[in-house]
Design a protein around this ligand. Structure first.
Ligand code: TXA
Ligand code: MG
Length: 331
C-alpha cells in the first residue's frame, strides 16, 4: 500500500504533482474527458507502474499527453498536413491521434507497437501539470482496469487510493467519456474509438472520407479484431447485470417498466437508465457516473434505453454495449 497524497489545484500543489511525475511517480489528474493516471511517458519504469496500479494488460498502449505542439515532434517525426489541420481545429481538446513513434518512445508505453497515441488536452489543470513536469505524460483513464472510467475525483479515490503517489482533486470532468482515438498512420484516417469529436466533424475538417474501425459496428462482438488493443477487453462493467432495450422509445419505456415490475417481484433491485435521445452530450457526461452510482446502491439489474447510434450517440452506445456485454433486447 502506497501513501497516497491528495493534492488541491494551487500552483504549489500542481508543482508538487509535477515533481512526483518527474521522479518516476504516478499522479492521477483531471482532464476534460475523464480523470487520467499519469506517468513520465519516456520513463519505462514509471510507465510499468501504471500497468500494475490499474491491473492493466501490458499489450494495451497508453495515450501520451502533451501541453504544446512542440512536444508532438518529440514523439513523432512524421507530421502530415492532415495532422496539422486536425491539431489546429481540435487541439487542445478531446481528440487523440495515433502516429508513427520515434525510437525515444519506450515500447512499454506503446504496448510494443511502433505507433504512439498523442493527445493535447484542454483542461487547465492537466496542461499546467504536464508543462510543469516538462515530460510527455502517459495517462490511461484513472480507474481499475475493467471498471467504468472515472469522471469525478471520488471515483479515482475509490479505485486508486493506496495504489498511486498522488491524486489531484479537480472538478468533475466536463465531457464524461474518453477522447476520440483516430489512426493517422494511413492515407485515410480511421476512428478506433468514438468520442465527442465525431466522424462528421473530422471528415469536414479534412474535407475527405474518414473510416470507422469495422469492429466498432454496433452490437458486433468478436467478428473483427479492433485496431486499438484496449477496445477488445471487457470494459466499463458495473457489478450489476445490464440489459439494453433498443427500438421505438415509447415501446422501450413500456417494456422496461414491465420488466422492472417483474424483477422487483423476484426481489431484485432495479435501476432504469433513460437518457434524452436529443441530448447525447448529456448522456456522455452522466453515463459512467450513473454506473458507479448503481454499484454503490447495490443495484442487481440495470435496464438501459439505447440512444441513436450516430454522432455522439454512437460514442455513448459504444460504451453502453460493452458495459452490458452486448446484452441487447430488440423491441
Ligand atoms: O480521454 C482519454 O483519452 C483519457 C484521458 C485520461 O486522456 N485516456 C484514456 O486512456 O482513455 P486509455 O488508456 O483508457 O485508453 C486508450 C485507448 C485504448 O483503447 C488503447 O488501446 C488505444 O487508446 N491506443 C493507445 N495507443 C494506441 C496505438 N498506438 N494504436 C492504437 N490504439 C492505441
Ligand atoms: Mg480506459
Amino acid at each position: 500500500m502506497i501513501n497516497t497524497k491528495i493534492l488541491g489545484t494551487t500552483n504549489e500543489e500542481i508543482e508538487e504533482g509535477a515533481k512526483i511525475l518527474k521522479n518516476g511517480g504516478l499522479v492521477a489528474f483531471p482532464t476534460e474527458t475523464v480523470y487520467g493516471l499519469g506517468a513520465d511517458a519516456l520513463n519505462p519504469e514509471a510507465v510499468g507502474k501504471v500497468y500494475s496500479a490499474k491491473g492493466r494488460p501490458s499489450d494495451n498502449p497508453m495515450i501520451v499527453h502533451i501541453a504544446g505542439m512542440e512536444d508532438l515532434s518529440k514523439l513523432t517525426d512524421r507530421i502530415s498536413r492532415d495532422m496539422e489541420i486536425l491539431a489546429e481545429k481540435f487541439w487542445p481538446g478531446p481528440l487523440t491521434m495515433v502516429c508513427h513513434a520515434k525510437n525515444i518512445v519506450p515500447k512499454v508505453t506503446t504496448g510494443g507497437l511502433d505507433t504512439v497515441a498523442v493527445r493535447f488536452p484542454s483542461d487547465p489543470i492537466a496542461l499546467s501539470l504536464i508543462s510543469k513536469s516538462t515530460c510527455p505524460i502517459a495517462a490511461p483513464s484513472a480507474n481499475l482496469s475493467g471498471k467504468p472510467s472515472p469522471t469525478k475525483v471520488s471515483h479515482v479515490i475509490d479505485d486508486l487510493y493506496g495504489r498511486v503517489d498522488a491524486i489531484i482533486e479537480g472538478k468533475d470532468c466536463q465531457v464524461g467519456i474518453e477522447s476520440t482515438v483516430l489512426d493517422m498512420t494511413e492515407e485515410i484516417p480511421m476512428i478506433l474509438r468514438p468520442g465527442i469529436v465525431t466522424e462528421k466533424e473530422i471528415s469536414e475538417a479534412l474535407n475527405k472520407e474518414v473510416r470507422i474501425d469495422p469492429s466498432l459496428r454496433e452490437g458486433v462482438k468478436g467478428e473483427f479484431k479492433p485496431k486499438a488493443p484496449g477496445m477488445k477487453y471487457k470494459h466499463y462493467a458495473p457489478k450489476a447485470e445490464m440489459v439494453i432495450y433498443r427500438g421505438d422509445r415509447e415501446k422501450v419505456s413500456l417494456a422496461m417498466a414491465e420488466e422492472k415490475m417483474k424483477r422487483i417481484k423476484n426481489g431484485q433491485k432495479i435501476e432504469i437508465i433513460i437518457f434524452d435521445e436529443t441530448e447525447p452530450e448529456k448522456a456522455a457526461h452522466e453515463f459512467f457516473s450513473r454506473l458507479r452510482d448503481c454499484d454503490k446502491k447495490g443495484v442487481d439489474v440495470i435496464l438501459a434505453a439505447a440512444l441513436k447510434e450516430e454522432g455522439v450517440g454512437m460514442a455513448v452506445m459504444n460504451r453502453m454495449f460493452k458495459s452490458a456485454g452486448y446484452n441487447i433486447i430488440e423491441i
